[in-house]
Design a protein around this ligand. Structure first.
Ligand code: ADP
Ligand code: MG
Ligand code: ZN
Length: 475
């Protein structure tokens, strides 16, 4: 039997205002080649100047993954010839990256925590984009020179599931730190997957295949599974040596296969050498101090939510899975008199269940203040949990005040004991035979009385109050 071995390279586009070595904006622009200047067009004589914001964000990431921050690091030139790189080289950090030796914890299904080592995270410049238009190829250099942080793991993952857990955790850390959008469809979180297999128990690493730029977690999972079966079948058929070579492969989502894109270059092909146009990268003590203070991360938030709000593991996982959800929840909790239990179910069950298509927590028609207020109306017993669902349905379609909806729909719960007592008295006197049976010991009939009172109130009576009043009256 075989063991799968996976190492991941993730290119994160950093959300700085300007590019890595020039002051061109990094903002998305529909018009091609407008966010460019002599530096990112690599015109002769233009010199790069490092953007400080990039160092700050790298330090934050390094801190989040418990890594060593190299206070001195260097840039190197990697030569390659593609039309999307006008300089014919990429500025990257090969020999001394800014971040090294980190780690990240993933939570496996059986409750076991596994540590995935991070080899390094280095700064590099992105390329432009080739646009193929019939027989003509064009190039858009708006993206050329935007800052990337490439985060390289050790080959520590042993299944597609572990790889996805690692990627989701890393993705959420980047969003929590707000150092990048990490939007996979738009290419601001790009994953290269390195896959090999080996006989179980063998510690040696076998030939790895790299599958490039797959733009969703689902496809990454699929690409790994396809690659593992291709490699293990080759092994079983005795053609592993012949078939499996170190190469770059492409995942084809239509044909559901991986296929060879190009042979893997060796480091020597890139003719790496120290970048002569840039000074060393220095993380001063001041920068280190300032940017190693980072926001609460997903794992810490998860633990705090369980403790502070008495949440179960599952709900804490759902609510801390994204920074937007976590913020939404805590904004709800800031409303007077809201219990965590009500806020949790309104958010994770009721609101999430109503967000369809492109709607999500960030553009929800009902914001956190409003949902928090609705929760407070359940908790102060103005409305029942059931009525809150009707209010929420209404709020999803209409931007109006919560109390106004409650009034308009006539959903106010009757908690006034006077009114409830009157209703109970009526039901009791209308059913003398049932009262007799109940008092003779037929306890089950209690439910009948509650049901009748609830029905008489058209569901508006507070069930708890009804219970109490009936208990007192029936004895
Ligand atoms: P390159 O840029 O040439 O792909 P890197 O060193 O940047 O090289 O990345 C190599 C990646 O491949 C790392 O994530 C590493 O963990 C992974 N890797 C190395 N050897 C293997 C292997 N035998 N099987 C699976 N992954 C591997
Ligand atoms: Mg690689
Ligand atoms: Zn520029």
């Amino acid at each position: 039997m075989f063991e799968t071995v996976i190492g991941l390279e993730v290119h994160v586009q950093l959300n700085t205002k300007t590019k890595l070595f020039c002051s061109c904006p990094t903002s998305f622009n529909h018009k091609q080649n407008v966010n460019t200047c002599p530096t990112c067009l690599a015109l002769p004589g233009a010199l790069p100047v490092l953007n400080k914001e990039v160092i700050h964000k790298a330090v934050m990431l390094g801190t989040a993954v418990d890594a060593t921050i190299n206070q001195t690091s260097f840039f190197d030139r990697k030569s390659y010839f593609y039309p999307d790189s006008p300089s014919a080289f990429q500025i990257t950090q090969l020999y001394t990256p800014i971040v090294e030796h980190g780690k990240l914890q993933i939570d496996l299904e059986d409750g076991v925590t596994k540590t995935i080592r991070i080899n390094r995270a280095h700064i590099e410049a992105d390329a432009g984009k080739n646009i193929h238009d019939g027989d003509i190829s064009k190039v858009d250099l708006n993206r050329a020179g935007t800052p990337l942080l490439e985060i390289v793991s050790e080959p520590d993952m042993n299944s597609a599931e572990e790889a996805i857990l690692y990627l989701k955790k890393l993705h959420s850390i980047i969003r929590y730190l707000n150092i990048g959008d990490a939007n996979m469809q738009e290419g601001s979180f790009r994953v290269d997957v390195n896959v090999s297999i080996r006989p179980k128990g063998d510690k040696k690493l076998y030939t790895r295949v790299e599958v490039k730029n797959i733009n969703s977690f689902k496809f990454i999972q699929k690409a790994i599974e396809l690659e593992v079966s291709r490699q293990s079948e080759a092994w079983e058929d005795g053609i592993y040596e012949k078939e499996i070579c170190q190469e770059t492969r492409l995942f084809d989502q239509v044909k559901q296969e991986t296929r060879s894109m190009r042979g893997k270059e060796e480091a020597a092909d890139y003719r790496y050498f120290p970048e002569p146009d840039l000074l060393k990268v220095v993380v001063t003590d001041e920068i280190l101090k300032e940017f190693s203070v980072i926001p609460e991360l997903p794992d810490a938030k998860h633990a705090r939510f369980i403790k502070q709000y008495k949440m179960n593991e599952y709900n804490a996982g759902v609510i801390t899975s994204s920074i937007e959800m976590a913020h939404f929840f805590e904004t709800m909790m800031a409303t007077n008199g809201v219990s965590a239990k009500t806020a949790t179910s309104l958010l994770t069950v009721e609101l999430q269940g109503r967000l369809k298509g492109d709607a999500n927590i960030s553009n929800s028609p009902v914001d956190a203040q409003k949902l928090g207020f609705l929760a407070s109306r359940i908790d102060d017993q103005t409305i029942s949990g059931k009525a809150a669902k009707d209010v929420l349905d209404y709020l999803m379609e209409n931007d109006i005040d919560v109390d106004l909806v409650i009034d308009t729909l006539g959903l106010k719960q009757v908690t006034d004991t006077g009114a409830i007592e009157t209703m109970c008295d009526e039901i009791i006197s209308a059913n003398p035979d049932k009262v007799e049976q109940y008092q003779a010991g037929k306890d089950k009939l209690f439910g009948f009385f509650v049901g009748q009172v609830m029905k008489a109130s058209k569901g508006s009576a507070n069930p708890q109050a009804v219970n109490e009043v009936l208990k007192a009256k029936l004895g």
